[in-house]
Design a binder for this molecule. Sequence first.
Ligand code: GAP
Length: 437
Amino acid sequence: MTEPKATTTMEKIVSLCKRRGFIFPSSEIYGGIGSTWDYGPLGVEFKNNVKRAWWRSVVQERDDMVGLDAAILMHPKVWEASGHVAGFSDPLVDCKSCKQRFRADHIEGDKCPSCGGELTEARQFNLMFKTFMGPVEDSAAVVYLRPETAQGIFVNFDNVLTTTRMKLPFGIAQIGKSFRNEITPGNFTFRTREFEQMEIEYFVKPGTDESIHEQWINQRFQWYLDLGMAPERLRLRPHASDELAHYARGCSDIEYFFPMGWSELEGIANRTDFDLKRHMEYSGQRLTYFDQEANEHYVPYVIEPSAGADRAALAFLIDAYHEEPDKDEIRVVLRLHRALAPYKVAVLPLSKKEPLAEIAKSIEKSLRKHWMVDYDDSKAIGRRYRRQDEIGTPYCVTVDFQTVEDQAVTVRDRDTMEQERIPIAELETYLWKKLSY
Ligand code: GAP
C-alpha cells in the first residue's frame, strides 16, 4: 500500500510552535529537562479547544455520559489492584559501550542501534513515578503519580452510579494529567513523561460489549474526521492478541500518519470486568450494577476509548500545516478547524492613529465577549495577514479609512483569502454564523 503524503516535517512544527508561542521546551533557561513541554499563550488556547471539542462530543452532546475530575494521587492499593505495580513495565536494555538505553521491543537485532555495541540482558522497568506522601519517606508512605486516568473512574463507579442514577449502558469521561517514566520519550510532544489523557470508561451489560466496542471505534474515528483531519492520514489498527494489555480482550488503535510514520493516537479497548472485579477484590466493596429489568446484579463490562490530548493536538497541528506558493513567497497557513483555532478573529486597523484605532478597539472589545480575539496594528497589512494565517486564525477584520465613511469592515477568510465588506452592526451575527459548528 502506498503511504500517504506527510504535510510537513517535525522540525518545521517544532520551530513554528516555538516561534509563535504554541509550545516551549520546559525549564528552557536551565537547558530544559527533556521530554516535558510547556504550552505557551497560543498553545494553551489550542489544547483547551481540543479538550473542549472532545468533552462536547462525548459528554455534552450525549445523555448517557457524565464527567469526572479525580485526584492524581490515589491510594497505593489502586495500583496493586489495577495490575500496574506488578505489570506496568517495559523491557529495558543498556548499551555496554555508549551507555545509551533502549526499549528492547523498539529495536531490531541484538546490537546497539546507535553504535553497534553489545547490549545487556533485558530487564523490566516499571514506568510509574514513585513519590512519598507526608514527611516520612518510608515504604508505608509510597504513592504513585497516576499512569492513567482510568482508575480514578473505576474507583468512583459506585459514587457516580448512586448520585446520578444512570442506567446501563452509560459512561464516565475524564481529562487529566498522567505520568509515565518512559524509557525513550521523543518526537516532540508525541511521547512525554507528563501528558494529558482524555479517557472514557463506558459500562455495558456483558454480552453487549462487542457491538458497543464497534460503535465506539466508529464514533471516535469520526471525531477526528469531523474536526478536519485528512482521512488518508488516519487509519484503524486492530491489536494482535500478543500485544493486548493485561486487562484487554480486544483493542483497536486509531493511528495517524505522523512525520515519523503511522503511530497511535488513541486506543479503544474492551477491558471486560477486569478492573471492577479487581477493585472489589482489593477494596472489599461491592461494585456491581442492579439491572431492574433482568432483576439481577452483575459486574458490568467496560469499553474504554482512551486518547491523548497532547497527541491529538500534535496531530491536528501537523495535519493543518500547509505551505502554499503565494506570489514570490511561500504562505504558511494552519488550516485548523474553527473549533480548534486559538484565536477565532483578529482585528487589524490599517493605521494606528485615530479615528481608526478607536473604532478597531471598540470592535475588539465587543468580539472578545464571545471569542478569543487578537489585535494587531503593527507593520504592513500583508505581513499581518501572514502572521494570522500561520497561527490559524479563521477571520481577519480590517478597519480601513472607508470604515469611517460607511461603518463597514473587511472580513478576510483564512482559507480562501476572499474578502467581504460587512457593516459593523452585522459583524457579530456574521461571525456567529461562520464560527459555530
Ligand atoms: N487507560 C488506557 C491507557 O492509558 P494507553 O494506550 O497506554 O492506554 C492511551 O494510553 C493514550 O494516551 C494513547 O493513545 C496516547 O494518546 C496517550 N499516551 C500514552 N502514553 C503517552 C505518552 N508517554 N506521551 C503522550 N501521550 C501518551
